[in-house]
Each structure stands twice: as C-alpha cells, then as structure tokens.
Design a protein. Structure first.
Length: 465
C-alpha cells in the first residue's frame, strides 16, 4: 500500500484529524482512490504523518461515519464500494435531511423519546443519530435558558428577605415532589432514565425536583442558622435540628437513586452551618457516623462500586473505565486550541453523556487547553465574586444565603471538572450554565438572580442589621 498524498498544516499543537478527513474524502470522491481499494492501517498512517494513533483513529472514525470507508475486522480498512461522488458538504446536508425526515415522521406518530432512539439506532448511522439528538438537546436547552433568564431578571428585583418567609413552604414543596418520584401509583407523572427516576413529567415538560431541593435547603438552612445565631455552636440545639430536617430530604434523593446529589445537598448545608459558626468537631462526629452508611451505599449498587475501583485502578475493569478514558482522550485530542467548535468526534458515540456529565471534556476537545482554561477562570471569578457578595451582605441571612448559592455553583462546577479530568471518581453532577439540563440551568440562573439582589442590597443599606 502506497502512502496517501496528503498535505497537512504544520501548525504546532493543532490536531490534524479534520485535515486528514477532508483530504482523504476528496481523494475518494475524485476517484484518485478507487472503490474497494485498501487504505493504510491506523498505525501505518500515523507513521507517515508523524501524528498520534489517537488522531488518525478519530479521522478514520469520521470517514466511516460519512460512509466513505469500511473497516473489516482482521482484513483492514477499505474505500467503500457504495461511496457517492459528492462534496462533503452535500453528504452532511443529506444526513441532516434524512434525520429531520425520520424525526418528523416519529413525532407525527406520537412516538416517545425511547421509541425514537430505538428507531434511529436501527435506521441511521451513529453520526446520523447524534445529529438529531443534538438538535433536540439544543431546543430543550434554549427553553431552559429563556425561562432562566426571565427568572433571573425578575428575581434580581425581589428583596432577598422574601425568601426567608418562604423557606418552610419551599422545603415542603420540594419534599412532596421528591416523594412523588418514589410512589408507584404516581409513575404516570415520572420519567425514568437508566433505572433512575429523577424527573417529573407533565406532557412534554420535565422537571428535576432535586434541583429545587438544592435551593430550598440552602434558603432554609440560611434562615434557621441566622435565626439561631450563636446557638449553632451547640450540638443538641444547634446541629441536631438541621440533621433532622435535611437528612430525610437527602434520603429521598438517594432513593431515586442519586447519591452524588444527596451528598451535595448534605455538603451545602454543612458549608452554610460552618460559615454560621458550627464547630468542626460536630462535623467530624457526623462524618464518622455517616461514613459506614455511605460506604454501604457505594458497595450496594454495582456501578458505584465499579466507579471507585476503576478510579483507584483504571485497569481493574475496562468497561467501567471506558467513560473516563474517553474523556481523557477528548482532552488529548483537543491540544492547545482544539479541533474547532462542533467538530469534536468524541461525542459521536465514543464518550457517553458528552452533552451533560462530561461536557467539560467536549469543551477540552473542541476548544483545547486555552478554551478549557477560560472556562475554569470563569468559575473561579464567579466563586470569588459570590464570596465577596457574602462578605459585604447587610445582614446574617444575606451572608449565609450568598455563601450557600456560591457553594452550590462552585462545588458543582469544580466537582464536574475534577471528574472529567479523572481527579475524583465519576459522579453525575452537571457543569452549571453549560451542561444540558433545563432544571439545572433554570435553578442556576434563578440563584444568580438572588445573588445579584444580595449584592445590590449593600447600596440600599450601609450597615448590617
């Protein structure tokens, strides 16, 4: 097999795979590479181009997704016998057209999301299915963004002290919604994904009650901690009342099941109480008591245990470590400047949940190290400003509420980034404002509105009350 006559840019740090795809596609469609002819292997092509195996493997995956090449186990890689002589743009336009036709017909028949995914997996290629899924995700996310921005603008003008009055009602509503998820006779209102029932569904609208529970717990803990004052330093009259209320809410979230969110809610309550003056020794005592329970929950559910084992030893279980390995490959493929917005290949079936739990890896692949660093600095700036608002809040409730909101956004973001970089075991926490999820986006923007109101309050009063 002769080497392919490719002309590639020598720009340092820029991945070559998109150039490889375009040039090989042109060679095939122009007839310079005959149908059915064998192509160099991934290793041979890597040697010729002096680029990594990962880069050329992704290039061949793209070409196969376009239907230009066929990879046969044990035989090699060949130009497809059925390739059409058309431009790459025409081929992609045809894919999008076929996808839109399938979706429109499915919706006319009233098929659900699960039925649609099954049809796509049978009738369309992996890239076709990804195209339609991305279109649906963009529409849903846009709805969340519009609602969230409206909520932010409205809440910014509402005095944050109002939330102290509604602390108990919000907590009660969140608890009832979480309970509905677990009641068998209410299953017609719930939506299950991967054996987890975390969403309420009314028609086409869905909402995740645990997102409301996060905000409700923050407001309630801030309200009661501000009311108790120095009594939070006592165990019986200080910490115990919070445990009595917050623990059942965390248990309801855990039963969905959603261990990572349950732990986050518990942690947020702890951060607010620590800021209010609770003793470290009391937290250590609670931690020692809770540790066996958490350990049992990790071991009781198979996938949680495998996540921990593969985090400690990635070679322990290749299937369980697949997601995190693909996440790291995405970062490696991105290089310094990334492969370009929308041009990442990991989301085309290689990296599960690339639009939500592993969106930061997608950012690293498409925007590179520079883009990922900008995102990190954005969250660092947000956390810094949030704690500054807390420090200058005009009263104790405002200080604790701002601390809780900042912790919600900051802990969630940093945990998501750490998971994507394999620094901590895999969890299901989103990247605020960026990961797909209307409920998360709506609550995050709503919380920012409350934070802005607390920040503006220092201009309305000159001293703490």
């Amino acid at each position: 097999m002769d080497s392919l006559p490719l002309k590639l840019s020598d720009a340092t740090g820029v991945p070559y795979y998109r150039q490889i795809v375009d040039q090989i596609a042109q060679l095939i469609r122009s007839g310079q590479l005959e149908r059915g002819s064998q192509l160099p292997s991934v290793r041979e092509l890597s040697s010729d181009l002096l680029v990594s195996l990962i880069t050329t493997r992704r290039a061949y995956a793209d070409l196969e997704g376009l239907g230009l090449i066929v990879r046969r186990q044990g035989s090699g890689t060949f130009v497809s016998e059925e390739v059409e002589l058309a431009t790459r743009e025409q081929a992609m336009a045809d894919i999008r057209s076929r996808v839109e036709d399938v979706v429109e017909q499915a919706r006319r028949l009233g098929l659900g999301e699960g039925d649609l995914e099954q049809i796509l997996s049978q009738l369309l290629s992996r890239e076709d299915a990804e195209t339609i899924r991305q279109a649906d995700l963009r529409g849903a996310q846009l709805q969340g963004a519009v609602l969230g921005i409206v909520a932010l603008l409205v809440v910014t003008r509402i005095d944050y002290h109002v939330w102290r009055k509604y602390a108990w009602p919000m907590l009660a509503v969140a608890s009832v919604l979480l309970l509905i998820l677990l009641l068998p006779f209410m299953s017609f209102m719930t939506h299950k994904v991967n054996e987890a029932t975390r969403w309420l569904s009314v028609g086409s609208a869905r909402f995740q009650p645990s997102e409301l529970a996060k905000f409700a717990v923050i407001v309630w803990v801030a309200m009661l901690a501000a009311k108790k004052g120095n009594k939070v330093r006592e165990f019986k009259s200080g910490l115990v009342p919070f445990l009595v209320i917050v623990s059942p809410i965390c248990l309801l979230i855990l039963l969905e099941p959603d261990l990572s969110t349950a732990c986050l809610v518990f942690l947020l309550a702890g951060i607010i109480l620590f800021t209010a003056g609770a003793k470290i020794g009391h937290f250590l005592l609670v931690g020692v008591v809770a540790l066996p329970f958490v350990y049992n929950e990790i071991g009781r559910v198979g996938y949680r245990l495998r996540r921990w084992l593969t985090f400690l030893d990635p070679t322990e279980d290749a299937d369980a470590s697949w997601q995190i390995q693909q996440s790291l490959i995405g970062f490696g493929s991105g290089g310094l400047l990334g492969v370009g917005f929308g041009h990442g290949s990991q989301k085309l079936g290689h990296l599960p949940l690339a639009h939500s739990d592993f969106i930061f890896s997608t950012i690293g692949e498409e925007w590179g190290f520079v883009g990922a660093t900008v995102i990190v600095f954005f969250y660092v700036a947000l956390i810094t400003l949030g704690f500054r608002v807390a420090r200058t809040a005009p009263d104790r409730f405002g200080m604790l509420l701002a601390t809780g909101i900042t912790a919600l956004l900051g802990v969630t973001a940093l945990t998501h980034i750490a998971v994507n970089l394999a620094i901590v075991p895999t969890t299901g926490l989103p990247l605020p404002f960026i990961s797909h999820g209307r409920s998360s986006l709506l609550v995050s923007l709503f919380s920012i509105g409350v934070l802005i109101n607390i920040g503006n309050s220092r201009f309305r009063t000159g001293k703490r009350q």
